[in-house]
Structure formats: C-alpha cells, structure tokens
Design a protein around this ligand. Structure first.
Ligand code: UDP
Length: 373
C-alpha cells in the first residue's frame, strides 16, 4: 500500500519504519527543515556541544520493549537526571527528597523523622485534591509548596496553581531518602550522539521518501491509501472549534567559558526570576569534553499562531474543545491521528514510541485481514 505520514517526530518515524519493513511505500511530510520534531539535537558550531534545540530530552522508561527498540538504532549512554532548584539564593536538591527537607528546614532528620515532619505540615483537611495547589498542600504543606512549586508553576503555566489540575503534580515523586534521580523509571539514558541519528536511522529505508520543508496538503496529496497525521489535531480541521491551548518556550542562549552552573538543569522557583530554568547542555553529555559552554534560559509563554507548541494545557475549555475534534476525527475516513499533537496529550518519548509501535501493529493486522484501517 501507499501511505502518507505527516510529521517526522517519534510517532511518524516509528510508524514509517514499521510500515516500510512490511513492504509498504511511505512518504513522510515534515514542515520543518529537520527530522525529529522537538527531540531534534544538533552540535553548536561555536562550542561543539550537542544541543537539544527544543529543550532537554532525557529518555526514561519502564518498558523493556521500548528501551530495546530505541537501542537498536543508536547507542544510549547511561544518564541520570539530577535537577537542582534555586530559591531565595539557596540551592536545593530536587525532586523533594531527604536532602531537600534537611536543607530547607536546617535539620539532620532521618527518613522516619522527615516523613512525620512532612505529615505534620501537610494539610490533612484536604480529602480529594482537585487542583494543583490542593494536591501540593496535601502532599508537602504550604512552606515547601510556596518554595518549590507555586512560583515555578505560575511561570510555567501562566495561571494560578488553584486553576490547574492536580494531575500535573502527580508526575513528581516525594522521597524520604537521598535518591535524587528525577525519574523513577528502570531505564534512563541519552543517545551518545544526540537524538537526530535515531530519526535518520528509523527513516533510512528504500521504501521511505522524506519530504522536508513540506507541509502535508490535504487537498493536493490525495493519492494515498491512508494518511497518518501527527500534527496538531485542531489545525487539521481548520480550527473549526477554535485553537487548543498550548504553552510554548523561548530560549535565550548564552556562551561562557568552562562550566557555568555545574549541572545540566537548574530550576528557578522564585516568582521574580522571569525564566523557569537554565539548561547547560554539555552536562547532558558528560562523556564529551568541551572548553566552552552553552546555556539556555527558558521562558514559558502562551502559544500564539506560528509558535511551536510544547505543553498541551488541557484545562476544562480545552477538554471540551478536544472532545469535539475527537468526534470529528473518528468520523474522518482514511486518516488516523497520532502522537502528542495529533491527540493533544503531554506524552513522554517512551509512551510516544510505545503507542506508535502499537498503532503500526494494529494497521498491519487490518491490512492482513482486509479490514479498513
Ligand atoms: N514543577 C514545579 N517546580 C519544579 C519542577 C516542576 O512546580 O521545580 C511543577 C510544574 O508545574 C511542572 C510540573 O511540576 O509543570 C511537572 O514537572 P515536570 O518536571 O514533570 O515538568 P515537565 O517535564 O512537564 O517540564
């Protein structure tokens, strides 16, 4: 069969590979001038540092099959994400762990004492937390909430944590030991030469044609048996119900000599610091060595037409609008919607790969049994 895939991020690239391996012709349309979507990495010309152009990407997963799959294409180096936070001129360890608690309260608690201290501070009157703020107050109490979550979250999302869903905070662990690994997953790493080679390798197949700088055109590209669309779902339908809300990021670049901050990611939770964090990209590749260093200050803002969408906001208004688009999408013959933008969900890379593998299996089984895709 002859397939079109719009988008060369993880969803599009994995799907293209799996379909081509089964003998199908695939054309991948990518509106940007490079592969990899927001996972794209490139070497900075001045410093030689591998830069994650759209912000830090650390691959982490519990899924052995996904880990094995991505490792087939490139070598991953072991990398543990350890994030620090600056608040009122002090530097703390994240996610909140025994070290953070002891630093913050000037104590030398053991795990049990720390746990009972946090239990005393946590707001026990909140039964079923609805908002981010309620979740945080129940989780760690007001002082730690105001230090590490309130300011950062207001900057990141542009609204009060009182209006954000509790689920956003549930991504973060709270630990009563000194484990400062930001993620709980079994497998974690960064590709030795950045992420771009994964996409080059996934798409390196004689049955795959790549068209960069080419937006998929619904009217012009009509000769395909099926279209897999990984772009924004609202754009496909011409924003018929309005624009789904996203946050976008602005990065301000600086080049320095030596080491700028001594770690890859420093979060800034003070609300009078305008950026959310500073990433120093050479620390994402500690197996390399560079004299100079490149850092990016990260500013979050509302996504306007023409900006690159990053974080789906998914508040009530958006959820209602998304539902309307999903109903239309279901009725649309010959098109499947996939990935972070195609389904308007905040997906980590491993989940995106997993879903793309599942989608390809489902498509190939439809083809074999003669069912409509
Ligand atoms: N967060 C925070 N302070 C921090 C780090 C995270 O308040 O120092 C909040 C923020 O609202 C963020 C959420 O916790 O959106 C989830 O954090 P995560 O690190 O998963 O953020 P993401 O990967 O979405 O950037």
């Amino acid at each position: 069969m002859n397939f079109a895939i719009a988008g060369a991020g993880f969803s599009g690239a994995v799907l293209a590979r799996e379909l081509a391996m089964d003998g199908h012709q695939v054309t991948v349309f990518e509106s940007r001038d490079h592969l990899g979507g927001n996972c794209y990495t490139e070497r900075d010309a001045e410093t030689g540092v591998m830069v994650h152009r759209y912000g830090p990407h650390i691959f982490h997963t519990d899924d052995e099959k996904v880990w094995e799959y991505v490792n087939r294409f490139v070598d991953f180096m072991p990398y543990v994400n350890r994030v620090k936070a600056t608040f009122k001129q002090n530097v703390y360890s994240l996610p909140i762990n025994l070290h953070t608690i002891n630093q913050f309260f000037g104590k030398a608690y053991g795990p049990k004492e720390a746990e009972s201290h946090i239990h005393e501070l946590a707001d026990q009157t909140i039964d079923l937390p609805q908002s981010f703020e309620e979740q945080a107050l129940k989780f760690v109490g007001r002082e730690l909430y105001e230090a590490f979550f309130k300011g950062y979250t207001e900057k990141q999302w542009g609204i009060s944590p009182k209006s954000l869903p509790a689920s956003i905070l549930k991504r973060l662990p709270l630990r009563f030991n000194y484990n400062d690994n930001y993620f709980n997953h079994k497998y974690q790493g960064i590709p030795k030469d950045g992420y771009t080679p994964i996409f080059e390798k996934l798409l390196d197949h004689q049955l795959i044609e790549i068209k960069l700088n080419t937006k998929f055109d619904q009217e012009g590209h009509t000769h395909f048996d099926h279209i897999f669309y990984t772009g924004p779902i609202d754009a496909w339908f011409g924003y018929a119900f309005g624009r789904l809300g996203y946050r976008t990021l602005d990065f301000k670049k600086e080049i320095h000599s030596g080491d700028y901050q001594g770690c890859a990611v420093m979060n800034y939770s003070d609300s009078d610091v305008p950026f959310t964090r500073i990433s120093e990209h050479k620390h994402f590749a500690p197996w390399e060595s560079h004299e100079k260093t490149i850092v990016f200050k990260e500013y979050s803002k509302a996504c306007e037409p023409g900006d690159i969408p990053y974080y789906p906001i998914r508040l009530l208004d958006e959820k209602k609008m998304l539902h309307e688009y999903l109903v239309l999408a279901k009725k649309q013959d010959g098109v499947s919607f996939l990935g972070r933008l195609g389904t308007y969900r905040y997906l980590d890379m491993d989940v995106t790969v997993k879903e793309a593998l599942e989608a390809s299996k489902a498509v190939l089984s439809c083809i074999r049994s003669g069912k409509q895709i």
